[in-house]
Write a protein that binds this ligand. Structure first.
Ligand code: SF4
Ligand code: SF4
Length: 279
């Protein structure tokens, strides 16, 4: 078994649904200065990207947004897998590693774009649904990764884009719309040409206020409101109210919630295929 295979088997055993390897040179073709793997780890050569934590088929099927968004998925397991992989690689191969979480370095600026790394590791391609990386087998996945000084054979980008799905191209040709657009006319727009993405606009400012009302930012905002509130009864109502309780629980359960309300994904063919053969 090659070293690359050995690492991938380990990642799958730690709960990853999919795993890919990207070269730092490929990532650096697109990543801006300050957000490159070798800005964080000198002489970094490769990144291993673990993917998983996605909503279960049952969560997609639940029919209530709250079930799907608050308990249907979890970003925590892939962060743990990346940390465990980092320890495994340093112990076994004696190369430096750093696990990269999905959290942000400053405000909404990530340490490194895990979406870019996932693309460079062949785990999917950008989609019309706000640039979510779509995986042909699993649909929506969440990513974490490990940067290493170890030179590994990269998987590289996929040759063919995952989005749009063939059925979406048919819909576009007949109606000039897409399943994801129909779910979120506020945030998403764009155009297909010759069966491929031609342009795409994602209004993150609108998505953020609609989709992240249980996020870490909401928790901080509500705490700030509570601290400022001079009336003890109203302060208590903020801190013991259902919105604060749900937000605290969501942040704790999912490690970190930074997106989404998932409506744009619910009718995506790559998500609907998860229902095949389910009872
Ligand atoms: S996550 Fe929700 S608000 Fe954001 S683009 Fe998707 S459907 Fe729109
Ligand atoms: S529904 Fe899914 S596959 Fe179809 S265009 Fe939208 S994101 Fe792409």
């Amino acid at each position: 078994m090659s070293v690359e295979q050995e690492i991938k088997v380990k990642c799958l055993a730690m709960g990853a649904r999919a795993v890919g390897i990207a070269s730092v040179d490929d990532i650096n073709r697109f990543a801006p200065e300050g957000h490159r793997p070798d800005d964080l780890l000198k002489k970094a050569k490769s990144m291993i990207i673990v993917a998983g934590g996605e909503p279960s088929a049952g969560a997609w099927h639940a029919g209530t947004h709250r079930t799907l968004a608050s308990i249907g998925y979890n970003r925590g397991p892939m962060a743990s897998a990346a940390r465990n992989l980092s320890v495994f690689m340093e112990d076994k191969y004696r190369h430096f590693t750093i696990p990269i979480p999905s959290g942000n370095k400053d405000g909404h600026q990530p340490y490194i774009s895990l979406k870019l790394c996932a693309e460079m590791a062949g785990l999917g391609t950008r989609s019309m649904a706000g640039g979510i990386i779509l995986n042909a087998e699993f649909g929506l996945l969440f990513f974490n990764g490990v940067i290493t000084t170890m030179e590994l054979e990269p998987d590289g980008e996929l040759e063919e884009p995952v989005c749009p799905a063939p059925s979406c191209v048919d819909i576009w040709e007949k109606k000039q719309t897409l399943p994801c657009f129909l779910s979120c006319t506020d945030c998403l727009s764009g155009e297909l040409k010759d069966g491929k993405i031609h342009s795409m606009t994602f209004r993150q400012d609108r998505c953020y206020t609609r989709a992240q009302s249980n996020s870490q930012d909401s928790l901080q905002q509500m705490l700030y409101e509570a601290v400022k509130e001079p009336n003890a009864e109203r302060r208590k109502a903020i801190l013991f109210g259902s919105h604060f309780a749900r937000t605290a629980r969501t942040v704790a359960y999912s490690s970190e919630v930074s997106a989404q309300c998932f409506n744009c994904m619910k009718r995506c063919p790559y998500v609907l295929q998860q229902n095949d053969g389910m009872r």
